[in-house]
Every structure is written in C-alpha cells, then in structure tokens.
Design a protein around this ligand. Structure first.
Ligand SMILES: [Zn+2]
Length: 289
C-alpha cells in the first residue's frame, strides 16, 4: 500500500480558485499557480491530490520521495548505491557549490534514487529522478546508478521501472556526463538480452541525454499527460531545419500519436497500471511464495 492514505480511492478534495482572486498579501509558500490553467492552488491540497491541478488535471512535478510514496508499496524500498558521491572531475568553477546547494535544498545526494521495492506485491528494481536536483541532469553518479540498476536486474531477472526526468547532460562534468548515455544504453541492452522487462516512465520534462538513452529504451514507454518529451528544444530544431514545427510538438500526446511512446497514463492510474503490467509480464508476487 502507498503511504499517503487513501490517495488511490475515494473522492479527491481540492481547493481551487481562479487566478487573480487570491489577495496579493496571501502568505508566501502556501499557494502555487497552475502552469496550464493559471488557477491558484493551495499547496497542501495539491500534495494530497498527487500534485494534480483540481481544475485542469495539470501534472505538477513530484520529488523523487513523493513519487516513491505514491508508487511503491509502503516501506518496500531498499536503496542502492547511496554511497556514490558526486565529484568535480574537471574542476568546473562553482560546481561543488552548486551540488552542495542542491543537496541542501532537496535532501538528496544526487538526481536519482534507485533501489529494490515492490508494486502491489510484485518485486521491481526502480529508479526515481528528481528534477529539483540540478535539473536532474545526468552526471557520472546518475549514469552509474542507472547502469548498476540494469545490471542488478539482469542478474536477478527482476523488472526495472525508471521514472525519468531531465534537462539533459550535467555540463559541468563535460565528456564524463556524455559518456553516461552510452554506458546506460549498454547496460540496458544487457538487460534486454536476458528478456527482462524494462518500463520507462517519462515525466515532465524528459529531454536530451536521458531521453536519448535509457528514457526511450523501455520495452514499454509510458508518459504522464502533457509531459515534455524529446531530445532538443523546439527553438534549436526550428533554427536548424529552418521550418516551423507543428503545434504540440514534443508533448507526450504528440509522441503517442507518432508512435514514439506506448501509452499516456494519468498519475492517478499509474501505480495500478504498473502493477498490471508487471503481472501481465509474468511477475510473481513476493507474498505468493
Ligand atoms: Zn490547472
């Protein structure tokens, strides 16, 4: 069971007011604005509502910890590779300070948490990226954790699910960052060779190096509604090919229509869907003996 009570059943309650109706002097930090409809939302209610706008269903970003809480069975996660710590291989100015600030702000050591847990009793090796840690950019630690997750899964023959999010490469790590694409893709191929299921879930946004490596290598690729998914930004592509891109380009919906992803799943149905997929692909419940 997820450890946020009752989030998958019963009527959701939310407080939503239209933009402009909240007085300017509303206390800071209690309210937030919907990125889609502009509605002003009470943060506490937003949390109870899985980070969905009560008016338009816009999916706000979740932290890795929030995602774990609504996805995995309660207290089932045993984390892997927590001892891997970020270094500054190029002596990039300000990088150590940036990483330290991200650690303080998020309570994480890096932009992904990996480990073994279960969903509805089905064992799974899972990864949860967190965009608030340096834009969930893929440096050496993120890449290494993902590669090790695939390799463990290949040995254990346990399915992998990774909730992806990323703004791209960790530019402060230069080539060390870029080589993580090849490394994670190679590990993913090894897993595939053992015929073990890998599901990637693309959350908003999943772009650049993460999209172009393990993000788009899932046997089943799921996205959350409205998520930005793609390699390069719209403006860069338009300037390169000197053509206007169609409306909705690089949204999950556009990607589904063009066969790039397999399904779009509303966050309220995500845990159930993942449980069904694990079951359909021969998952055996831990408590089934
Ligand atoms: Zn909204």
């Amino acid at each position: 069971m997820p450890n946020l009570k009752g989030i998958f059943q019963g009527k959701q309650k939310f407080v939503t007011v239209k933009a402009g109706t909240v007085r300017e002097e509303a206390p800071d930090g209690l309210w937030t604005k919907c990125g889609k409809c502009g509605g002003i939302l009470y943060k506490k209610e937003l949390t109870l509502n899985l980070g969905l706008c009560g008016d338009c269903g816009f999916h706000f970003r979740l932290s890795a910890r929030e995602r774990i809480a609504i996805t995995l069975d309660e207290n089932s996660l045993v984390e892997y590779d927590e001892e891997l710590l970020t270094v500054d291989p190029l002596g990039f100015p300000g990088y150590n300070i940036k990483v330290e600030a991200a650690k303080q702000a998020t309570g994480l050591d890096e932009a992904i948490i990996t480990g073994k847990g279960s969903i509805d009793g089905y064992p799974v090796l899972a990864g949860f990226m967190d965009f608030s840690f340096v834009g969930a950019s893929m440096g050496s630690v993120v890449g290494e954790k993902v590669a090790r997750l695939f390799e463990r899964a290949a040995r254990q023959r346990v399915p992998v699910i990774i909730f992806c999010a990323s703004g791209g490469a960790r530019m402060q790590e230069g080539m060390f960052s870029l080589m993580q694409m090849a490394k994670t893709a190679a590990s993913c191929a090894r897993l595939s060779g053992t015929r073990t299921l890998y599901i990637s879930v693309l959350t908003n946004p999943t772009t650049a190096g993460v999209f172009a490596s393990f993000g788009s290598l899932g046997d089943i690729i799921i996205a959350e509604p409205g998520a930005l998914v793609g390699f390069t930004g719209q403006r860069v592509i338009e300037e390169t090919i000197r053509q206007k891109l169609p409306p909705g380009f690089q949204t999950a919906e556009f990607a589904l229509e063009h066969g790039l992803i397999d399904m779009i799943v509303d966050r309220r149905n995500m845990r159930k869907t993942l449980g069904s997929l694990l079951s359909l692909h021969g998952g055996r419940r831990q408590d089934a003996g």
